[in-house]
Design a protein around this ligand. Sequence first.
Ligand SMILES: Nc1ncnc2c1ncn2[C@@H]1O[C@H](COP(=O)(O)OP(=O)(O)OP(=O)(O)O)[C@@H](O)[C@H]1O
Ligand SMILES: [Mg+2]
Length: 220
Amino acid sequence: MLSIKNLCKSYHYADVRQDVLHQLEFEMSTASSVALLGESGSGKSTLLHLIAGLDRPDSGEIDFVGYRVHSEPEPVLAALRRSQMSLVFQQFHLISTLSILDNIRFQAALCQRFDNRYEAELIGRLGLSDQVDKYPHQLSRGQQQRVAIARSLLHKPQLVLADEPTGNLDENSSLEVMGLFSDLVRQAGSSLLMVTHSQAMARFMDRRVWLHNGKLEEAG
Ligand SMILES: Nc1ncnc2c1ncn2[C@@H]1O[C@H](COP(=O)(O)OP(=O)(O)OP(=O)(O)O)[C@@H](O)[C@H]1O
Ligand SMILES: [Mg+2]
């Protein structure tokens, strides 16, 4: 599903070159989940951006469901991101002028994938049934997080990329929601690559990998 070979990415700042990812290799199979661990500044977000095609590598290959993400033209990448990926960030990026229901439907509507039964199930399981007519500012942070999760899954993407999606919520409620998130991802048949600093969170995933010195190591 996702195969990364010999991936290199460096940044240049003043006259200094910093190799962030160096000959990195990574494989992820369909319907699997991986926790991406690593120290601050090790390149986790950089890797997610490259996989999403939001940035280009210096060299190396990223193959995702038959697409060559490292070299496809931007319109192809945009369509691929829209229909086969979703991105969940620490900031939930809900759209303030849209109702909760329309926020949840946002990406599914963009790729014209509608599934009323699945929508009702997601909303129910995430405890959002009484919230759908409200607007983002009327929800708690935890509820906003669950809206972002519903939005990321309704179109049943092949891959969910999550960068510390707990948004500074307290550890206990985050753990509960992340348990539910990984359940729902599994049920959707999607794969999940999630950056986290929490070992407890990482235990919900099938695999844990550690980004260190520009490379990934399997972390047991
Ligand atoms: N646009 C950029 N220009 C220059 N340097 C950058 C840029 N983006 C990231 N970096 C550098 O690349 C390194 C990796 O950054 P990245 O954001 O991927 O780390 P991270 O592992 O996600 O860290 P954190 O856990 O703090 O989010 C850092 O040293 C950062 O300063
Ligand atoms: Mg980061």
